[in-house]
Design a protein around this ligand. Structure first.
Ligand code: SAM
Length: 213
């Protein structure tokens, strides 16, 4: 996602330290202290401008949510949505999601979401894909037993790669959708910004899986 530098972003973020964390390592094992109620913690990596995570927080008041985003200008836009929502069960983290196991303790996370992750189509960039083994190993560290990894994308190449990567890692598949928007099984689909933009061009793929216990 390309975003122009936003001159207002730095001041806006500085004004909302209660909603956004910039040094996540300081909260290792203690994320519930950022929320009014202790509730299962769900995390999205690559949260973009925040539409998905804010709507999830609105629809699931009995859960706590964290959106992680690496680009400062992008997460500043998400922060605006979080503040406007007045929801208290959502926090944002400005950092690289690859280091997730340095700021969440073992078993601290109930579920992980990856939505429309950057495809990194060149072979030499495979390790940067959010479903590569490097990332999966870190997810396995932080997810509670049977905690879910939910991944959706419009990119068929990335989806095929991800199915192989999760399978090679020994993950157990709970569901695979080859056309999520045509699904009739009642599966939840809170749409992201990218999903709204690109779903007219072809199917949306989704997989939900968990690590073996
Ligand atoms: N999930 C949003 C959606 O579906 O509308 C945004 C999708 S956009 C293609 C991918 C986002 O992931 C970008 O905002 C990018 O900055 C972020 N991202 C990529 N790698 C990341 C990483 N390692 N850690 C955190 N965010 C990352």
């Amino acid at each position: 996602m390309r975003v122009r530098n936003k001159p207002w972003a730095k001041d806006y973020v500085a004004e909302h330290p209660d909603k956004m964390v910039e040094q996540p390592e300081t909260l290792l094992g203690n994320w519930q202290s950022r929320f009014p109620s202790e509730q299962p913690l769900f995390v999205e990596i690559g949260t973009g401008k925040g539409q998905f995570i804010v709507e999830m927080a609105r629809q699931h008041p009995d859960r706590n949510f964290i959106g992680i985003e690496i680009q400062f200008s992008v997460i500043a836009a998400a922060l605006k949505k979080v503040v406007a929502s007045e929801l208290t069960n959502i926090q944002l983290v400005h950092t690289d999601g690859e280091a997730i196991n340095t700021f969440f303790a073992a078993g601290e996370v109930a579920g992980l979401y990856l939505n429309f992750s950057d495809p990194w189509p060149k072979k030499r960039h495979t390790k940067r894909r959010l479903t590569s083994p490097v990332f999966l190993a870190h997810y396995a560290d932080v997810l509670q037993p049977k905690g879910s990894l939910q991944f959706k994308t419009d990119n068929r190449g990335l989806f095929e790669y991800s199915l192989g990567s999760l399978n090679n890692f020994g993950m157990v598949f709970d569901g695979v959708w080859l056309d999520l928007h045509a699904a009739t099984d009642g599966v939840e689909d809170i749409q992201t910004e990218y999903e709204q933009k690109f779903s007219a061009k072809g199917p949306i793929y989704q997989v939900i899986a968990h690590f073996p216990t």
